[in-house]
Design a protein. Sequence first.
Length: 95
Amino acid sequence: MYDVSNVIFRDGELINYSKKNKTTDMCHIDYGLGILRKEVFADFPKHEAFDLADVYEKLVAEKQLFGYEVFNRFYEIGSLCGLSELREKLGGATS
C-alpha cells in the first residue's frame, strides 16, 4: 500500500529479497534496523559505493539474514510528504 514489496517472508523465514527482481509473491517490504558484521562486506568494493540491498540479497540467498515480521505501518522519511506524515503521527514534533 505504501511501497512496492520486495520480500518473501514465510513461516518466520526470509525466503527471497530483491529490489531489482521483484516477483508477484513478494508481499512484504524491508524496513527497520539492520545489524551486520563487517565480514559481510568482504565481497563488495572497499572504495566504491554499493547498494545495501545487494548485501541483503546475497545474505538471504546464503540463508544468513533473518527477519522479524511486524504489523505496524512504516513511515519513510526520504521525502517531504513522508516526513510530514511521520510528524503528524508523532503529534506534530518538528525536530
